[in-house]
Design a protein around this ligand. Structure first.
Ligand SMILES: C[S@@+](CC[C@H](N)C(=O)[O-])C[C@H]1O[C@@H](n2cnc3c(N)ncnc32)[C@H](O)[C@@H]1O
Length: 224
């Protein structure tokens, strides 16, 4: 019997996600995202929550719901739930979270943002990258299932629009940046062929096709 790769814990879908290093185009796209995130990171200590198998190069520590993911990264990592962060108040300058809020029941997402705000110092930043819903995603995913490229759909809670992510962050932070990132050329990005990396140019030229939402919030400074 093959080893389980996902589970549901208190309603959250925890899993061993795809290893991006095995997918040349996806790997290059992730590197683009790493660069964009780095541009918005303040100096200091960074926590990445729900890092899967990929932690941002500037993250100092990570926290993951699927415990053995911690063994796939070289940085310090803890198993835990982003809804109850095992860190002191004001412990970090930045918290990064990518492609994971859609694995958490909608009612619990404000709790995650509040926990993030608690562990961030005044002036600290939360940086979120989430998948956007839409016809393009529905069609490409449907095709991927039909072609047998995807096996199981664990996205039971649906994805989050730019407005939804912004509204979540806006409750506890000043939104200092929001933008839509484009098409990941999904079918090619899950390919393991080196040839797929040649599509990076096409990826750059199809940014108008919405796929991800990028939102940066800054914790207001305490006014004396
Ligand atoms: C789609 S994967 C994305 C992983 C990685 N951030 C990336 O972009 O490749 C979603 C990740 O969120 C984690 N996760 C889901 N709910 C969580 C929670 N409540 N606390 C911590 N991690 C969680 C899962 O275990 C999984 O690794």
């Amino acid at each position: 019997m093959s080893e389980a790769t996902w589970d549901v814990q208190d309603g959250a879908i925890v899993e061993r996600p795809r290893n991006v290093r095995k997918h040349p185009l996806l790997n290059r796209i992730y590197e683009r995202h790493d660069d964009l995130i780095a541009e918005h990171l303040p100096a200091g200590r960074t926590l990445e929550i729900a890092f899967g198998q990929h932690m941002h190069p500037r993250a100092d520590i990570g926290l993951e719901g699927w415990p053995s993911n911690a063994e796939t990264v070289r940085k310090p990592a803890l198993a835990g739930d982003a809804r109850a962060l095992p860190f002191a108040d004001d412990a970090f300058d930045a918290v990064v979270g990518r492609r994971f809020l859609h694995h958490v029941p909608p009612a619990d997402r404000p709790e995650i943002v509040q926990e993030t705000a608690r562990v961030l110092r005044p002036g600290g930043r939360v940086i979120l990258l989430e998948g956007t819903p839409g016809l393009y995603r529905t069609l490409t995913k449907g095709l991927a299932f039909r072609l047998g490229l995807l096996e199981e759909d664990t996205d039971i809670y649906g994805h989050l629009s730019e407005d939804t992510v912004t509204a979540l962050v806006d409750g506890s932070f000043d939104v200092v940046e929001k933008r839509t990132l484009g098409s990941p050329l999904m079918l090619a990005s899950i390919s393991e062929s080196d040839a797929s990396a040649r599509l990076l140019d096409l990826y750059e030229r199809t940014q108008y096709v919405k796929w991800w939402t990028f939102v940066v919030g800054e914790q207001p400074d305490i006014v004396a």
